[in-house]
Design a protein around this ligand. Structure first.
Ligand code: MN
Length: 202
């Protein structure tokens, strides 16, 4: 994974690689505005405020996640998770699916793309409380789906994260209210499989 480094001791809010309305109707511009501009910004501000004197200054975001605890871990984890989340989307496509080696690995490890999607959405729907559902690769390239609570990231398990869905209510409540499974199922339309494949090929 490409390491995210602080600049002059501070991490920056990632720039979205698309316009705020580009993901509609799957994710509204309003949800994106709050999620990126308010929630993620707050995690960035909190981590930057906590870094001085922590002994973790100058480390990459990934190293901070692996070496910190408590509030610092929560904020660093949320930044890492959201940076991956927001950089894996593109405008909706009806028949959106992976290709190449990633598609072959999904079929190998889950039976089919349809079976993978079903298992992934079920994992996200049954995660109790706030957290994230992930597709990751292990050191042999085998794919696995994990449920991670709160701000946890698969790098803490030694896995290489490829794809994630945020199941915190702030990710979907304005658009889908309590219908988390409907939100997760809709996200398949906007997954940028080229971005996910690039993470897999690294
Ligand atoms: Mn979120």
């Amino acid at each position: 994974m490409k390491q995210t480094m602080p600049i002059d001791g501070k991490f920056e809010l990632m720039a979205l690689p698309y316009a705020p309305e580009a993901l509609e109707p799957v994710i509204s511009a309003q949800t994106l505005g709050f999620h990126h501009g308010k929630h993620l910004q707050t995690y960035v501000n909190n981590l930057n405020a906590a870094l001085p004197g922590s002994g973790l200054e100058g480390l990459s975001l990934e190293e901070v996640v692996l070496q910190s605890q408590g509030g610092m871990l929560n904020n660093a984890g949320q930044i890492l998770n959201h940076n991956m989340y927001f950089s894996q989307f593109r405008a909706p496509r009806a028949d959106n699916a992976p290709a190449g080696r990633l598609a072959e690995a999904i079929a190998r490890d889950f039976g089919s793309f349809e079976a993978f999607k079903e298992t992934f959405v079920k994992a996200g729907s049954t995660l109790f409380g706030s957290g994230w559902v992930w597709l990751s690769a292990d050191e042999d390239g085998l794919l696995t789906i994990t449920q991670e609570p709160n701000a946890a990231n698969p790098i803490q398990r030694g896995l290489r994260p490829l794809l994630t869905m945020d199941v915190w209510e702030h990710a979907y409540y304005l658009d889908y209210q309590n219908r988390r499974p409907d939100h997760l199922a809709a996200l398949w339309q906007i997954i940028d499989w080229d971005a996910v494949a690039a993470r897999y090929e690294k």
